[in-house]
Design a protein around this ligand. Structure first.
Ligand SMILES: N[C@@H](Cc1ccccc1)C(=O)O
Length: 512
């Protein structure tokens, strides 16, 4: 019998009586594990080898876990320091013990959370007492962590270690503390079949095979005579993370498709815009809190000079004296210089103003529908639902006699395209719309209602000065919040930025 060289090497390394793992054979033959796997499957297809697969949980120690193996778990260090300070007899002040234990930053919280949980002692009104009968060296978490570290030091492959003697509960706890990472690992083992033993006894010769066509083989014509290695699609191969559009970009593209499908046209305009378009046109008084440096990113650039003067005058008059028969305005100071100052837009309603004014060249004969999916900037505090930069899905519909039913119906139709059928509305206040509504959607994982948008029907004080004399309903929806609902991400920072999990970004699906 003739076999390719690598298959012969694997066959010779296998045993009829003992199961040998792919890693063992790889170490013995000097072949890569994926090569051994490929050869093993080929030999199995020839009935020369049996391949068995077992799945086991493997644990790999994290950097934090390794640090604790070296220095002791924070709660253990707390127990030792407390023992030194005499906390077995009398309560000792927590500050003192923490200082002695040399715990810093998050280690303090970690120590204080685990210390009472493990029965090391009690923490009460800023004082610590220890249970002297407990020996922190017997702690199963510490022992397991040290065992995992040892196994990992001995493991050349570095792909996690199979742990048979660590209690599942302890392992889960270490994983939830982020001290080890658990992964399912498949181990393949091989044994010689009777046919394999017979073949080896009768003698196997090496068949030269070619794995890759080279220019030389082609040029010489030799490729016609050689035997090619078979292509094995089952062989293990390293994962290749190909390029892929970001989940947020795909959601944005989908939103655009949906809105275009609903008859909307896209708006575009500057990220850095004058306060005039961002706020004044929206009947936002110049002393509104959102217009201070607390909320907005002002830019140190020259004022915007290409704003139509007639429009400035009409907007100023609406602010000062009001618009329409019942309008009264704010009667507060209004400065044209402030209106011309430039900042990063805090919403894309600036684009709606540019378009509704006719200044952006849009058609304004009703009915009209416009949208944008663009970035906005706010001086917010980062938290699970807030970013400093995010995407707004802006939109407006201009028509005669619009009502709240039209507004709600539009959102229901829009969100239904993303499988969201339980949007809820809450009355809200905006200086520029009346009535106004916030929109809420239920998070698929937490069940919490999260705010997904803000909307309303523009006031006369907004549409009048722009020269629009029919109804305009409008909204700003948060793209990231929509993506949280469709992907189940619980923290907006899981979607983009440095904290986002690359595996999530590789695998997340955009649902529609
Ligand atoms: N500009 C509002 C959204 C909105 C736009 C248009 C009308 C009503 C509300 C926001 O950023 O929250």
């Amino acid at each position: 019998m003739r076999l390719p060289e690598r298959q012969l090497a694997v066959l010779e390394a296998a045993s009829a009586t003992d199961e040998r793992t792919i890693d063992q054979i790889a170490a013995e033959t000097g072949l890569k594990p994926e090569t051994v796997t490929g050869a093993a499957f080929d030999l199995r297809d020839e009935d020369l080898l049996d391949v068995t697969e077992t799945s086991v949980e493997a644990a790999e120690i994290t950097d934090e876990g390794s640090a604790y193996v070296a220095d002791g778990l924070p709660e253990t260090r707390l127990h030792r320091a407390a023992a030194d300070a005499g906390a077995a007899d009398d309560p000792v002040s927590m500050g003192e013990v923490i200082g002695r234990a040399d715990l810093a930053g998050p280690e303090v919280d970690i120590a204080l959370a685990n210390f009472p949980r493990k029965g090391f002692g009690t923490v009460d009104s800023g004082e610590l007492t220890i249970d002297a009968s407990v020996d922190p060296d017997d702690d199963p978490e510490a022992t397991a962590l040290a065992a995992i570290q040892n196994a990992s030091d001995a493991d050349d492959a570095g792909d996690g270690d199979v742990l048979t003697d660590v209690d599942d509960e302890v392992l889960d706890r270490l994983a939830s503390r982020g001290l080890v990472e658990l992964a399912e690992r498949t181990t393949r083992s091989v044994t010689l079949t009777d046919a394999g033993v017979t073949a080896l006894m009768e003698g196997v010769e090496v068949a030269e095979t070619v794995a890759q066509v080279t220019p030389e083989l082609l040029a010489s014509g030799e490729w016609r005579d050689v035997e090619f290695t078979e292509y094995d699609v089952e062989a293990d191969a390293p994962d290749v993370g190909g390029g892929r559009k970001h989940v947020l970009r795909r959601t944005a593209d989908r939103v655009k498709d949906v809105l275009v499908g609903m008859g909307f046209q896209e708006m575009e305009g500057p990220h850095a815009d004058s306060d005039f378009w961002i706020n004044d046109c929206l009947f936002m008084p110049q002393d509104h809190p959102a217009r201070t440096h607390w909320d907005r990113f002002a830019l140190d650039v020259p004022p915007m000079d290409d704003i139509p003067k007639t429009l400035i005058d009409r907007v100023e008059s609406a602010h000062r004296e009001g618009y329409g028969d019942d309008g009264d305005g704010y009667h507060s100071p209004w400065s044209e210089a402030f209106a011309r100052e430039v900042a990063l837009r805090g919403h894309t309603t600036s684009l709606s103003m540019r378009y509704l004014s006719g200044y952006a060249g849009a058609e304004l004969e009703p009915p009209q529908r416009y949208f944008s999916v663009e970035k906005v900037y706010r001086n917010d505090t980062l938290d699970p639902t807030h970013l400093l930069e995010f995407f707004q899905i802006e939109g407006w519909v201009m028509a005669e006699d619009l009502s709240v039913r039209d507004l709600m119906g539009t959102f229901e139709e829009f969100y239904r395209q993303f499988g969201i059928t339980d949007v809820r509305f809450k009355p809200h206040y905006n200086p520029y719309t009346e009535p106004s509504f916030e929109l809420f959607g239920k998070h698929p994982e937490t069940g919490e209602e999260i705010e997904i948008g803000n909307s309303g029907i523009f006031r006369e004080e907004v549409t009048g000065p722009l020269g629009v004399d029919c109804d305009v309903m409008a909204w700003g929806l948060a793209l990231e919040r929509l993506a949280m609902l469709t992907t189940g991400a619980e923290d907006i920072r899981d979607l983009h930025g440095t904290l986002a999990d690359i595996e999530f970004l590789r695998n997340a699906e955009v649902s529609y």
